[in-house]
Structures are given as C-alpha cells and as structure tokens.
Design a protein around this ligand. Structure first.
Ligand code: CP
Length: 304
C-alpha cells in the first residue's frame, strides 16, 4: 500500500490513521520499538522543514531509522527513477518522496517493493492533510459536521484538504480566486462534488461567517518563491490575492480557529497579528505533523 493521495483510502481507513495519530501523541512509550530495525528513505527534490523533521523524528521515536536523501546529490539526476527505486526498495522498508512531479511519484510507486509516501508534489500533500484533520478532531472531538473554509490558491494542499474533508464528513468551502493549474485533478474534484460536502465561492466574507476553521496557505509554491522567472506571476498573484488575506477585518465576528500548513509568509496570505492570536492553532497544527507521520508509518509498515 502507498500513500500518494487519498484515492485508495476509505473514509474509515483515513479516520483510523487520524485516531492513531491522536493515540500515539498521548502514548509515545507504547510505540518506542514499533518500527525496530526499519529504515525510511526520504528523498527531497524540493526544500522542506516540517516534512523532513517530522518523518525523521518519527522514525527515531518509533525505534527505526531515516535517511535524508537530497535528490541533487544522488544518481536520480542521471538515471531512470524506475531503476533507482528498484534498487532503493531492496534496501529500505519505506520511501517518502517530495518531488516536483506527481508523474515521477507514480513511477516510484510502480517500481517500489515497499510503501511509497507522497511528501508533497504539485498535486497532493496527504501527510499535511492528515495532521490538519487530526488537529481539527483534537479541538472539536469529532470531524463530522465541522466546517472548514480554505482561503488561498487552489493548490496541492487544497486538493488534499478537499479529499480528506469530504471523506471524513467535514464540510469544506474553498475560496480560491486563482487555480494553480499543475495541481488540477478533475477526478478528485468530481468525487468531492458527489459527496455534497465541497463548495467553492469567491465571497470570502460570507464563507468565513459560520466557519469552525479558517485555513490558508502560501500564494506561491515553494519551488517558485525565489525564482526570478516567476517574479511577474508572483506580483500578479499578490495583487489579486491581497483582498483575500486572513486578517482582523475579514475575521470580524468570527470565532473560527485559524490554520496554516506553514511556511508562513507574514503580511501576505495572513497578517502577523492573526498568526499569534488566541484562535490560531497554527503551531499546534505543525507539531501534529510528527504524530501524523508516526501514524502513517505505523499504518504502512505494520504488516511488512
Ligand atoms: N507544511 C509543510 O509541508 O512544511 P515543509 O514544506 O517545511 O515540509
């Protein structure tokens, strides 16, 4: 079993991972040796703080070991992904990869003899969404019937939230004036529509009114943030998106918890005062990446 997105997971299986994450958080000792002798290869083609740290610490705290592999220093740069993964999966028990293209991740999944975890590509960020749902469940004890409003660019995180929320009974409204085309997955959106739990609108004020959670993310994907070739598009996005910034004015009258998957761009998608406001659960949410990483690893490795 791989974790590329949530397509192969039922709502119940996803709930089991979320519940396991909460359980592991409260009983770390119980899992100290759960992955004794197991190795996780973590391949990064893009930058990361949370995904790298959470999976590496998760493996250590579960009794296993993680290898950080910077794509640029390996022979992935000169060989077929398929052949390299055929080799790698004969030496490790699990592979987590953060790649530029989902297509390469699909090749990895096909070539690998061991589970492959998507550490965020241009289409999906499933391990992030599991931490998000875990955080929401911790706050409100149940997921069914909650309302999350995502305000930002329609991107990889947005896709995984739509998929994760609609599978676990959470109503999700997306306010996304810009659609990041590389993230487009019509099948995912069609499936979400069928549940009746996903709505999209540009009326951000109306959307956040009765939200339990308001969530935002960067307006520019990490690989383009400092790319001079993307500078004009970045400027265009900032101009168009500023009216959708999460700030005091937008949240007036709202009691919603505030979420952000980080890294944060203060003063752009969210104002500085909101990040540390009493309703912000952003740092708890980021801490929960560790427990959700543990739950994912336990789920994928328990029978291997
Ligand atoms: N949210 C997230 O994936 O953080 P990193 O990009 O730092 O891993």
């Amino acid at each position: 079993m791989h974790l590329i997105n949530f397509k192969e997971l039922s709502g119940q299986q996803l709930m089991e991972i979320i519940d396991k994450a909460i359980e592991v958080k409260h009983n770390p000792e119980k899992y100290r040796t759960a992955l004794d002798g197991k190795s996780l290869a973590m391949i990064f083609q893009k930058t990361s703080t949370r995904t790298r740290v959470s999976f590496e610490v998760a493996m250590t705290q579960l009794g296993g070991h993680a290898l950080y592999i910077d794509w640029r220093t390996t022979n992935f740069t000169i060989a077929d992904v398929y052949d390299e993964i055929q080799y790698l999966s004969r030496n490790v028990d699990c592979i987590m990869a953060r790649l530029l293209r989902n297509a390469d991740l699909q090749v990895m999944a096909k070539a690998s003899r061991v589970p492959v975890i998507n550490g965020c590509d241009e289409k999906y960020h499933p391990s992030q969404a599991i931490a998000d749902l875990m955080t929401m469940k911790e706050k409100r004890k149940t997921l069914k019937g909650l309302k999350l409003v995502y305000v930002g660019i329609h991107n990889n995180v947005c896709n995984s939230l739509i998929e994760g929320c609609t599978k676990t009974g959470v109503q999700i409204t997306t306010v996304t004036p810009i659609f990041n085309e590389p993230s487009r997955d019509e099948e995912l959106l069609e499936n979400a529509k069928k549940t009746g739990l996903w709505k999209t609108t540009t009326d951000v004020k109306e959307a956040v009114k009765d939200a339990d959670f308001v969530y935002t993310d960067t307006w520019v994907d990490m690989e383009f943030f400092q790319d001079p070739k993307f500078a004009a598009e970045k400027e265009k996005r900032i101009k168009l998106m500023m009216p959708f910034q999460i700030n005091k004015e937008l949240l007036e009258g709202s009691n919603a918890y505030i979420m952000h998957d980080m890294p944060i761009h203060r003063g752009y998608e969210i104002s500085a005062d909101i990040i540390e406001s009493p309703n912000s659960i952003i740092y708890e949410q980021s801490e929960n990446r560790l427990y959700s990483a543990k739950a994912i690893l336990l789920k994928l490795l328990e029978k291997h």
